[in-house]
Design a protein around this ligand. Structure first.
Ligand code: LMR
Length: 397
């Protein structure tokens, strides 16, 4: 049976991780996969996480199953983190299932959409996280794109985006990145979110918000503003969240899929379908990550500690954005990189071509995604000059 298979190329992001590991260049820099790195290039376990894990080790009393929706306290804490004290929570319109990472949440959402309307098209930004497209298609959904990033002016194609979204058929789903757009770093502002929210209501599409970087853009609250504006306006909303980045829990695979329904009774029915989807994919989520997040968010002391650590990660990234812009400006390069400072989160496109990307990797051991997406957090005081000189060199010739 297996002999009919043809080999597939490695994943464009995860393949880079493996190639970087094998590179023996002592100056190599990993700007590929979206993982936060500190000044020393490490991705340490957050102190708040360590404390919560120590608590768990002492206090966990059973390894029995945790149920289809996972840890219900965690689910409730995630709803508050995402929505604050939103009217949809007060009206009991929100249901959440813990999921194995943001990707797991997206797959659950995809299967849920299939149950609602197998003919639905999911509209994604051009460009979007490469896995979005394969993930929805793997669930059997059609994926189409709407204009988003203006490669030439390093800005949003907002008018084009709105013109396309106006044509989306009722019953389709529109995926929006809540903050820190992956891969462009270009986010909607508050006024733009309001336009999208009104449009969703008018046209009748269902927004699906992917929020994988809450706290990495401006703040936990600010980064959820667009999501909350949508929740103010529409009757139905799907939210896929992740604790990989903001809690640094990447390998624990912890996220959530939340549904906002038009009323409490519809939320219950939708939840029964959501849980049946979960049962048919992986039965139940793993416990560890949810327990850690729940322990942190249940303790004032650990929450404060986590906020501080998250603030540090965000400040470092924002500081690096300025530093990269300034350092590149000191080099003899025709391109203007000032847009890097205006964008948010871990990623920006450098805007260089394939040949230049290959040269960065082969000649300098600098790994960036083939789309020219760089993970800003991989830059440090120790490597910024090397990085800027390398960029200048490949841009010159
Ligand atoms: C990324 O975009 O680099 C991350 O979200 C990791 C991944 O799974 O692709």
């Amino acid at each position: 049976m297996f002999s009919v298979l043809k080999p597939l190329p490695t994943d464009p992001i995860l393949g880079l991780m493996a190639a970087y590991k094998q590179d023996t260049n002592p100056n190599k820099i990993d700007l590929g996969v979206g993982v936060y790195k500190d000044e020393l290039g490490n991705t340490p376990v957050l102190k708040a996480v360590k404390k919560a894990e120590a608590f768990r080790l002492e206090n966990e009393t059973s390894k029995s199953y945790i149920g289809l929706a996972g840890n219900l306290d965690y689910c409730q804490k995630m709803e508050s983190l995402l929505l604050g004290e939103h009217k949809t929570l007060l009206a009991n319109r929100v249901r959440t299932a813990q999921a194995p990472g943001g990707t797991g949440a997206l797959r659950v959402a995809a299967e849920f959409i299939m149950r609602c309307n197998p003919k639905a098209t999911v509209w994604v930004t051009t460009p979007t996280w490469a896995n979005h497209i394969s993930l929805f298609e793997a669930a059997g959904l059609t994926v189409k794109e709407y204009p988003y990033y203006d490669y030439e002016n390093k800005d949003l194609l907002f008018d084009e985006m709105i013109n396309t979204l106006k044509q989306v058929p009722k019953g389709d789903v529109v995926l929006l990145h809540a903050c820190c757009h992956n891969p462009s770093g270009m986010d909607l502002n508050e006024a733009q979110w309001k336009v999208v929210a009104e449009l969703a209501k008018e046209v009748g599409f269902t927004p699906l918000v992917d929020i994988a970087y809450q706290g990495f853009g401006s703040s936990l609250e600010e980064d959820a503003r667009g999501l909350r504006i949508l929740a103010d306006a529409v009757e139905e909303l799907i939210i896929c969240s992740s604790c990989s980045k903001n809690f640094g829990l990447y390998r624990e695979r912890i996220g959530a899929c939340s549904l906002i329904a038009k009323d409490s009774a519809t939320a219950d029915i939708s939840n029964s379908v959501l849980l049946s989807v979960v049962r048919s994919i992986y039965s139940m989520p793993p416990a560890h990550g949810a327990d850690i997040v729940n322990t942190i968010l249940s303790s004032t002391e650990l929450t404060q500690m986590w906020h501080q650590e998250l603030d540090e990660m965000r400040s470092r990234i924002n500081g690096l954005r300025t530093q990269i812009k300034e350092t590149l400006a000191t080099k003899d390069i025709a391109q203007d990189f000032s847009f890097i400072e205006r964008q948010h989160g871990m990623f920006s496109f450098l805007g260089i071509n394939k040949e230049q990307i290959t040269r960065l990797q082969k000649e300098y051991g600098i790994y960036i995604v083939g789309s020219s997406r760089v993970n800003v957090a991989g830059v440090s005081d120790a490597n910024i000059e090397y990085f800027a000189n390398a960029v200048a060199d490949v841009c010159k010739s």
